[in-house]
Design a protein around this ligand. Sequence first.
Ligand SMILES: *Cc1c(COP(=O)(O)O)cnc(C)c1O
Length: 237
Amino acid sequence: AAGLLTIDLAALCRNYRALEARLAPARAAAVVKADAYGLGVARVAPVLFEAGCRDFFVAHLGEALALKDLLPGEARVFLLNGLQPGAEARGAQAGIVPVLNSLDQAKAWSTLARETGRELPAVLQFDTGMARLGLSPGEARALEADPSLLHGIRLLFLMSHLASADEPDNPQNAEQLAELRRFAARFPDASVCLANSGGIFLGPEYHGVLARPGIARYGGAPTSNAPCPTLPVVRLD
Ligand SMILES: *Cc1c(COP(=O)(O)O)cnc(C)c1O
């Protein structure tokens, strides 16, 4: 017997709008890495753009370049892993916004901005406990001590990633929020972007200006041991 997988794009849009309503006045970006969690980024991303989404996150440069071709120019495409050494010019040319995860990535982006005489947009990520990507407290202090490291860079916002957002009672959530606020105090005018799907349901103090839901938008439960607040998008017959 054959299986039939149905992906409900209308439910996807309703989930987007429900998350936006929950987040307002903050906005919901779309995390569409890994082929939009296997649902097919070529179908999913344009439909979300039509529904009003303007901010899209992927992990790798190849994904970002493909996404740029799928979306109108006003969509912002953010690269979670940042650009590998040597790929900066390609990323800038394509209009991709890198997440800067280290001083080296910041320096390379700033150097390109100065060489081309063009201000370049970026997001600055701090490692508040996920221990995966982002600046350490020492690196953040180095940036604060020498702002020339960010010359030519237009910082759109600061970001971090929650390690345990699917566990509302885990004290690590509040610790990471506090740590992000300590980092953010070094960059007084910057706004923040913290919540993944689970983070949205931890409360408004986690919302920042932009949240980055993935799984909840696709109908997956963002919180363990709790009913899923979004509609199913995938059905297998
Ligand atoms: C994958 C990812 C997300 C989305 O996480 P969900 O739990 O699926 O909502 C958000 N932020 C970053 C940095 C990610 O890598």
